[in-house]
Design a protein around this ligand. Structure first.
Ligand code: PLP
Length: 345
C-alpha cells in the first residue's frame, strides 16, 4: 500500500456532491464576494476557537501581515520571530517594513526559547513578537510567553497556521492570544479549495482595524480611513470551508489516531520523536522525528522511500541561514542554531 505524504483527495462520502450542489447554487446566484457563507464561517470559527472575533482573509501569510499592520507594527520596529518556522512568519515582518530578529527554538517542543525571548526583549526592545505553533501543538511554556510579552509591552502575534483543532490547558489554543492567525491552505488541517486565512482576537477594536485593512482600508464604498489591500476570502472558499467544518471532528480523530500510532511505534524502533507537551491535545498535523545522526536519518528516509511511505523534511534548516533573510534581519538571539532536525512522516 502506498501512503502519500498528504492525501487531500480523501474526501468523505457525499462531500464532493455537497460541494458541487453548493457551488452550483452560488454560481447561479453569482455569490462571489462576502455574504452569508463568509459570515457563517466567521461565526462558526469564533465559536470553535472560543474567540470573540474572526476576520477571514485571502491566506495565512496575509493574516500575519494584517495582524502586524493592525497592531501598527511598521518601519523602524523590531519584531522577534522563531528561527524554525515556515518562511511566511519571517516574510510578513519584512513586508510590513519592520525588522525581524530570529530566536532559538527548543528541541523539546519546537517552541521559542524563553531564555532567548527574555534576552531579546532586554537587548533589542522589540515592538512585537510572532510565535508559531508548529506541528499540531504549541510551546509547553505558552502561558509564560504570553505573560512575559504582556508584562514587557511586547505585542504577541500567534501564528496558528498549523494548530487548528489543538487544545491547550483544555481550551482551544487560540483562546487567550492577543491576536492569532490561521491558514486554510489545502494541506492544512482545515483546508480550502485554494487559499484562505483568518485573524482571531478578543479585541473588537483590533478586529475592526484588521477587517478594514483587509478591504482597502475602506470605511464606505469610496471612503478610505487607511491604506490596506485586497485580502478578502472568496465566498466559494468560505462555502467549501463550511462544508469541511462539518467533518472536522472526524478528520481530527483520524489524524490523532495516526499520530498515536507513530508515537507508539517509532520510539520502539529507536527513533526519537518530538512529543506535544503535557498541556496539549494535538491536532495530529505532523509527526516529527529527531535525528542526531545524519546516517540514521538517511537510512530511515530510504526505508520509507522503499516502502512508498511519503515524508517531508520540515524544516530542513533555520530561517537565519536562508540567503533571502540576510539583508532583512537585524540579528539572531540564541546560541544553538539547529539545522535539519525534523522529518515529517
Ligand atoms: C502555512 C503557513 C503559513 C502561511 O499560510 P498560507 O495560507 O500558505 O499563506 C504561515 N505560517 C505557518 C507556520 C504555516 O505553516
Amino acid at each position: 500500500m502506498k501512503v502519500p505524504f498528504i492525501d487531500i483527495k480523501r474526501y468523505e462520502d457525499g462531500f464532493l456532491d455537497a460541494v458541487s450542489a453548493k457551488f452550483a447554487a452560488m454560481l447561479a446566484d453569482a455569490q462571489f464576494m462576502g455574504g452569508a457563507e463568509v459570515q457563517r464561517l466567521e461565526a462558526r470559527l469564533g465559536e470553535l476557537l472560543d474567540v470573540k472575533s474572526v476576520v477571514t482573509c485571502a491566506n495565512g501569510t496575509d493574516a500575519l501581515q494584517l495582524a502586524l499592520r493592525a497592531l501598527n507594527v511598521g518601519p523602524d520596529d523590531t519584531v522577534l520571530v522563531p528561527d524554525v518556522t515556515f518562511w511566511a512568519t519571517f516574510e510578513a515582518v519584512v513586508n510590513v517594513g519592520a525588522m525581524p530578529a530570529t530566536l532559538d527554538v527548543e528541541l523539546s517542543d519546537g517552541g521559542i526559547s524563553v531564555a532567548a525571548l527574555r534576552r531579546a526583549i532586554h537587548d533589542l526592545k522589540p515592538k512585537a513578537a510572532i510565535i508559531a505553533h508548529l506541528y499540531g501543538w504549541g510551546s509547553g511554556r505558552l502561558a509564560e510567553i504570553r505573560t512575559i510579552c504582556r508584562d514587557e509591552g511586547v505585542l504577541l502575534i500567534e501564528d496558528g497556521a498549523q494548530c487548528l483543532g489543538a487544545a491547550y490547558q483544555g481550551q482551544p489554543i487560540y483562546k487567550g492570544a492577543l491576536i492569532s492567525t490561521a491558514s486554510f491552505y489545502p494541506a492544512k488541517v482545515l483546508g480550502a479549495a485554494g487559499d484562505g486565512g483568518a485573524i482571531m482576537t478578543d479585541d473588537l477594536e483590533l478586529a475592526s482595524r484588521t477587517r478594514r485593512l483587509a478591504n482597502h482600508g475602506r470605511t464606505a464604498h469610496y471612503g478610505y480611513a487607511d491604506v490596506g489591500w485586497n485580502s478578502r476570502l472568496d465566498s466559494l472558499q468560505a462555502a467549501f470551508l463550511n462544508l469541511s467544518l462539518d467533518h472536522l471532528d472526524a478528520r481530527l480523530a483520524s489524524r490523532r489516531r495516526a499520530a498515536a500510532y507513530y508515537q507508539d511505534v517509532l520510539p520502539s524502533l529507536g527513533i526519537r520523536i518530538m512529543m506535544p507537551p503535557d498541556a496539549y491535545v494535538e491536532n495530529g498535523y505532523c509527526n516529527v522525528c529527531m535525528f542526531d545522526d545524519p546516517q540514521k536519518k538517511t537510512a530511515v528516509e530510504s526505508a520509507l522511500r522503499h516502502a512508498e511511505i511519503g515524508f517531508g523534511n520540515i524544516y530542513p534548516g533555520v530561517i537565519s541561514d536562508q540567503q533571502g533573510a540576510r539583508s532583512y534581519m537585524c540579528t539572531h538571539v540564541g546560541g544553538v542554531r539547529v539545522a535539519s532536525f525534523a522529518l515529517r512522516c
